[in-house]
Design a protein around this ligand. Structure first.
Ligand SMILES: Cc1ncc(COP(=O)(O)O)c(C=O)c1O
Length: 426
């Protein structure tokens, strides 16, 4: 549809120039935004240029993308252009297919494995309610769950009498894997752990756990809120049955967007509880009795109805932005900055700082959870906010700490700024 393309591209250019960024045609599946050239001799300069592609206010030190990630200008522009097109030309073909293909590429799956959702919690609820579970069946979760992976399971327990078995986090990947294995009983039907908990940012050994569970015939549902956009993911290799995630944290996409990955072998094991346009394989109200043939053999059985073309465009642009930089480079940078922060916090000494995140390299992600002994966690977060340094207070499950998340728009000076504040409080 060249006419429409040209219009969208033109609008993109208009908005792009208003925002001082290079235009990029997000409707072209092969196009990517133009990025500064990476120079390993001057990395800090490269990341400063990346930072300049975010409309995030310059004076803000934003260290909380584990709640919501700020979008780069290309995402804001793609959303704005699509919204304008939608409301001026009155019709826009939904680019769900292009989006499914882009998400699939990011997580090394196929688009048949991907369903579009609005957030992580929606994906978890789809998993929780599509499974055939009965009274007394056991589900292993952790004691560090976000409400999004706690309440859906608690609700299923309330209605169907399944039993939740919360497991404490361990310090290393090996200890964690052993603890999961030990907590399995003949009644264990599901392991529903986070890839990275919202509290201390620990990267759990999800591949080992899921592949072990698969051998034992135990279903796995991973809360993947913090995976995509941060980690280089290969979801089929991870071995999970379901991975519920979002595009509004580390992926830096529009807020209120998410996706659900379902392993090819698992699709037929799941019975959709909500269904509609495109999730079915045929229906007839005129037959007697009225008939639903069944569901499509793809993850499309889990989503239906109208979603937002504006947000689709934004997620496509976010994925193109990630790809233009490179997921490997992004993961390395985000984790390096987190290590830089953790080292300085550890240097302050145990008598001042309680570090709740693992120090083992494979288990350490890009978020640090810690406490300042002298002050309550909420006071620490508030004191930082007063200095325009945004971190998150974590009240979940009595963990009561602060969490600092580092991403590609951050730099070492910002971490130093945070450390200087913490030193005045500790
Ligand atoms: C680990 C974890 N799981 C689930 C969620 C819920 O995400 P959403 O609000 O997209 O449903 C969050 C949100 O912060 C989270 O950190």
């Amino acid at each position: 549809m060249p006419g429409r393309r040209k219009f969208v591209r033109t609008i993109s250019r208009g908005i792009a120039s208003a925002l001082l960024l290079p235009a990029f045609d997000y409707t072209d599946s092969n196009a990517h935004p133009v990025m500064p050239r990476f120079d390993s001799n001057n990395e800090e300069n490269y990341w400063r240029e990346i930072r300049s592609q975010f409309p995030l206010k310059k004076e803000l030190v934003f260290l909380n993308c584990a709640t919501l990630g700020p979008s780069p200008q290309v995402v804001v522009a793609a959303e704005a252009a699509t919204n304008l097109e939608l409301n001026t030309n009155a019709a826009l073909p939904a680019n769900a297919d292009a989006l499914l293909a882009d998400i699939a590429r990011l997580v090394k799956a196929t688009k048949q494995n991907i369903a579009l959702t609005h957030n992580v919690t929606e994906g978890i609820n789809i998993g929780v309610w599509s499974l055939d579970l009965h009274k007394g069946d056991e589900v292993i979760i952790s004691t560090h769950e976000h409400v999004g992976n706690a309440v859906p399971w608690l609700n299923r327990a309330r209605i169907d009498g399944i039993i939740l078995k919360p497991l404490k986090l361990r310090n290393t990947a090996e200890e964690m894997f052993e603890a999961v294995k030990k907590s399995i009983t003949p009644k264990t039907k599901v392991i529903a752990l986070p890839h990275i908990p919202c509290t201390n940012g620990q990267v759990l050994p999800i591949a080992a756990i899921c592949n072990y569970a698969r051998q034992k015939g135990i279903f796995t549902i991973v809360d993947g809120a913090h995976g995509p956009g941060l980690l280089q993911l290969d979801l089929p290799a991870l071995g999970c049955d379901i991975y519920a995630s979002c595009c509004h944290k580390w992926m830096l996409g529009p807020k209120g967007t998410g996706f659900l990955y379902v392993h090819t072998d698992s699709i037929e094991k799941l019975s959709p509880q909500f269904a509609g346009a495109y999730s079915d394989s045929g229906w007839d109200l005129l037959s007697s009795p009225p008939r639903l043939n069944g569901f499509v053999p793809t993850a499309h059985r889990f989503f239906y109805g109208t979603q937002s073309p504006t947000q689709y465009a934004g997620v496509i642009a976010a994925i193109k932005f990630i790809e233009a930089i490179g997921q490997e480079k992004i993961e390395t940078r985000a984790r390096d900055l987190a290590t830089y922060l953790q080292d300085q916090l550890l240097d302050m000494g145990k008598e001042k700082i309680e570090m709740l995140s693992p120090t083992e390299a494979i288990s350490r992600g890009a978020s640090n959870g810690y406490n300042v002994h002298k002050l309550g966690y909420k006071e620490v977060a508030n004191a930082c906010r007063k200095e325009k340094v945004i971190i998150r207070a974590v009240p979940e499950n009595g963990v009561d700490c602060v969490r600092v998340s580092t991403h590609i728009y951050n730099n070492k000076e910002e971490i130093d700024q945070l450390i200087n504040i913490i030193k005045t409080l500790a």
